[in-house]
Design a binder for this molecule. Sequence first.
Ligand SMILES: Cc1cc2nc3c(=O)[nH]c(=O)nc-3n(C[C@H](O)[C@H](O)[C@H](O)COP(=O)(O)OP(=O)(O)OC[C@H]3O[C@@H](n4cnc5c(N)ncnc54)[C@H](O)[C@@H]3O)c2cc1C
Length: 244
Amino acid sequence: MVLALGSPAWPALGGTDIVARLAGSLGLPHIPARPALTPFELSGPALALCRDLAGLSLTARVSLATSGSVGTAYTDGLLFTHQGLSGPAALQISSHWRRGLELRVNLAPEVDVPAFLRAPARAKRQARAVLCELLPRRLAEALLAGLPPALAERRLAECARADLDALARLIDDWRITPKGTAGMARAEAASGGLATDAFSPKTMRCKIMPGLYAVGEALDVAGELGGYNLHWAWASGFAAGQAV
Ligand SMILES: Cc1cc2nc3c(=O)[nH]c(=O)nc-3n(C[C@H](O)[C@H](O)[C@H](O)COP(=O)(O)OP(=O)(O)OC[C@H]3O[C@@H](n4cnc5c(N)ncnc54)[C@H](O)[C@@H]3O)c2cc1C
């Protein structure tokens, strides 16, 4: 018997928790499922900003603001939505995010923003004009709306060091704590599933229940965006197919 029952991700497309229930009744080790690759839902001023910008996307670097997760960062498309943030960068980091954790968003990851703002060539330009040079105009205007109005009109040469730092952080270190994610309902995959150490990585055969095989998302394997989940489903299915 080959279990190819997927995960609880995106139930409207057929995802169920049947693997967890089978694991319970068969006594197989199982890791609880968690949504992966799912959009963020925001609240308060950050949500208002996202709603104003819904539909706008740009390349951003999104990371987790925790020392324990240094290195977990994705530079990819970020999409503002009516609920919060989506797009590849948000979906990728959502697989690592836990409730209460803060996200750090760099909206101009290819640019050294503090150096850009301090460049002599821009000294005589207004903060508003320079931000519009760095970011899509709608986004720049929305971010500037959160600053004292006089600062947006000031020439960069006339800005105090603290003001330039504040402008830079607005762009390269936007911090948000999501209210949550869209969860399983909109997850493109789920982490968790049957524990991999109970199965042969060559044949997908169960080590504690001969005759049983498991493939794809039924196992505790979740890939990043880029086709890795389909690849795993097909590769593990092929391996089991050779063995049964
Ligand atoms: C919206 C969305 C977009 C995705 N995009 C990508 C992508 O671009 N690239 C990528 O690599 N991966 C993508 N994935 C993930 C990928 O589709 C899955 O990882 C992959 O399909 C898992 O294959 P599987 O065979 O393990 O499970 P599934 O493809 O989920 O198949 C499991 C099957 O079991 C059936 N089933 C469940 N319960 C029962 C039951 N009780 N009785 C009988 N049948 C049952 C289900 O209906 C389903 O047909 C996406 C997923 C979603 C939801």
